[in-house]
Ligand binder design. Structure first.
Ligand SMILES: [Zn+2]
Ligand SMILES: [Zn+2]
Length: 325
């Protein structure tokens, strides 16, 4: 009878181990091999604009040209000095949250960081995969640590047969527990970033808007922040399949800050209903399809927008002006 129960335990252990292992390898694979997304064509300078920009040598006149081009784009962030964010290397206007990666030598949408562990840039296209990679690798290490614990104790109480294999138990326990600690700290930090809707770069340096820096500029509240990364279909949350919302080029920003960390709202208004109306800080710009997909149920890679999306947008986007239609 006891032998039967032990056999059952072993089968369960093996099954759970392999499920976690497969999910871990899948998420790791996706993080490594998903190409980082670059800004859309409309952010690139046209041939004539390039020539115009080259002809001007004064910074102020160049900014004038860039400001004119930026007028038609959903760009709300600025440099520290208030200038339009422009990438010399890629010759494009940087969309909000986009940064130039010096390792990849490209502008990466919603760049988080360049990760040497995956030899890839972590950004809009693979941030969900990176989160799942952290989650499953942590789960994997914790599973090994806990199942190895009883043998680790037996090692010290001389309960193990005296063979070389007992040192494997020791090594396995130490390596799995050490990785668990470092992965847990990184995973908790990134969970916090997801909750706050910040990238690692934005956590180091808050984005600059026209009204000044605002570390919570992209935060929409916990639930919407989570949905922005993981998508609005719960069945895809634990699976390393792309389901993040938006196109990576434009992001809704809240005028009224509901975050208790920042009591003063940039627009000076105090209620959410007010912010959707007259309290606007920026001029409202007409948005194209690709820029107004964020937080709708349409998959973000697809160029088609469902007919029923408009209602949904209206509901979700209270207090987030760029997407309110
Ligand atoms: Zn660039
Ligand atoms: Zn990179």
């Amino acid at each position: 009878m006891r032998l039967g129960t032990r056999k059952m335990d072993e089968v369960v252990y093996l099954l759970v181990y392999h499920v976690i292992f497969i999910m871990f390898v899948w998420a790791y694979w996706q993080t490594i091999f998903t190409k980082p997304m670059n800004p859309l064509k409309e952010f690139q300078l046209s041939h004539s604009d390039k020539e115009l920009l080259e002809r001007e040598d004064r910074g102020e006149s160049q900014q004038e040209i860039l400001r004119r081009i930026a007028k038609d784009l959903p760009i709300y962030t600025r440099t520290n000095s208030g200038a339009i964010r422009f990438c010399d290397r890629c010759q494009l206007l940087k969309p909000d949250r986009c940064h130039h990666c010096s390792v990849c030598d490209k502008c990466i949408l919603k760049m988080d960081h360049h990760c040497p562990w995956v030899n890839n840039c972590v950004g809009f296209s693979n941030y969900k995969f990176f989160m799942l990679f952290l989650a499953y690798s942590l789960l994997y290490c914790l599973f090994i640590t806990t199942t190895d614990l009883q043998y680790f104790i037996k090692f010290w109480t001389k309960g193990l047969p005296d063979t070389q294999a007992k040192f494997h138990i020791l090594f396995l326990f130490f390596s799995a527990s050490m990785f668990s600690i470092s992965l847990a700290s990184l995973f908790i930090y990134h969970c916090w970033l997801v909750c706050k809707n910040r990238s690692t770069l934005e956590a180091v340096r808050a984005p600059v808007f026209r009204h000044g820096t605002d570390k919570n500029g992209f935060s929409l509240g916990f639930t919407k922040n989570f949905l922005q990364v993981f998508g609005d279909e719960a069945k895809y949350w634990p699976v390393p399949i792309f389901s993040s919302l938006g196109d990576g080029c434009s992001f809704p920003t809240c005028l009224v800050n509901l975050d208790p960390e920042q009591p003063s709202s940039p627009s000076g208004s105090s209620s959410a209903s007010k912010s959707a109306g007259e309290g606007r800080q920026f001029p409202s710009k007409p948005l194209r399809e690709s820029q107004s997909r964020l937080l709708t149920s349409t998959p973000s890679w697809s160029e088609n927008e469902g007919a029923g999306d408009k209602d949904k947008k209206g509901k979700i986007m209270i207090c987030c002006f760029p997407i309110v239609l």
